[in-house]
Design a protein. Structure first.
Length: 250
């Protein structure tokens, strides 16, 4: 690739030692630490989520300009309903507003939007905003941006099993591929890299089927402080690892 055809993010990546030919195709992110970020500043938790939204806009752009093909983010987990009512309502509203406000820019930037999760359980206006985004951008050929909303990895597997049974598949015919083909977005490749912010070393029920061979990268930075440099550090660390997929690598 000639220098002139590189985006500023790619130029920075190359300077850091990233090989643009070996990028992770799919990056998944657990955006943790919004609440702690806000608390440290004496702010309400929702302001942390709002700042997290700003961060996400930047990271989507950076990931796209770097050449990442799929970015999946955990916006609201199936477990997040246990939070205080006002925080749940605020998060729902924030995701809805974001989905509406960002749609035009995402479409212009050739972003294809997908969703993952039990959308039948979220407020109808949010469901509509998300599905409008999916419909409007379905023909786009740039980065695929998947919003996991009311998402749980175990719930996804349960839903897959239900649909296999409903299709009348015989137990003896079920393979790993059968289950993979019934996940929410079966055409999306498994994540190569899972990033988690705010230091926690957990999977938190995110993409648990798809992450069997995924590299995990944890940074201490809370999500509102995650930026282009952090993303590039995660990719560089990923490239320094040896992925073995259970085999022996000399
Ligand atoms: C975890 O931080 C974050 C969430 C539960 C929500 C993530 C949502 C956003 C980044 C808002 C914007 C999203 C979209 C799609 C517009 P936490 O509250 O668990 O942080 P804590 O562990 O410090 O309390």
């Amino acid at each position: 690739m000639s220098v002139s055809s590189q985006t500023p993010t790619q130029e920075k990546a190359v300077q850091l030692g990233i090989d643009l030919e070996q990028l992770p195709s799919h990056v998944a992110v657990i955006m943790d630490g919004n609440g702690r970020w806000a608390k440290k500043r004496g702010l309400q938790r929702l302001l942390g989520h709002r700042e997290g939204y700003r961060t996400l806009r930047g990271v989507l752009l950076n990931a796209s300009e770097l050449g990442i093909k799929f970015l999946t983010v955990y916006a609201f987990s199936a477990e997040n309903w246990r939070r205080p009512e006002d925080e749940v309502a605020g998060l729902m509203k924030l995701i809805e507003t974001a989905a509406k406000d960002e749609l035009r820019a995402m479409h212009r930037n050739n972003v294809r939007v997908q969703v993952a999760g039990r959308l039948d359980e979220v407020p109808p206006s949010l469901r509509k905003a998300l599905l409008d985004g999916v419909e409007t951008t379905k023909g786009n050929t740039g980065i695929t941006f998947t919003l996991a909303v009311n998402y749980g990895g175990r719930a996804e597997i349960v839903d897959a099993v239900k649909s296999i049974i409903e299709a009348g598949t015989k137990a003896s015919e079920i393979t790993e591929e059968t289950i993979a083909s019934r996940l929410y977005n079966p055409l999306t490749p498994e994540p190569d890299l899972m990033v988690r912010t705010a230091g926690e070393m957990r999977w938190s029920n995110f993409l648990i089927w798809q992450s069997a061979n995924t590299e995990l990268y944890v940074t201490e930075k809370p999500w509102p402080e995650f930026d282009e440099t952090e993303l590039l550090n995660a990719v560089l660390t990923y490239q320094q690892r040896t992925r073995k997929f259970g085999a022996v690598v000399e």
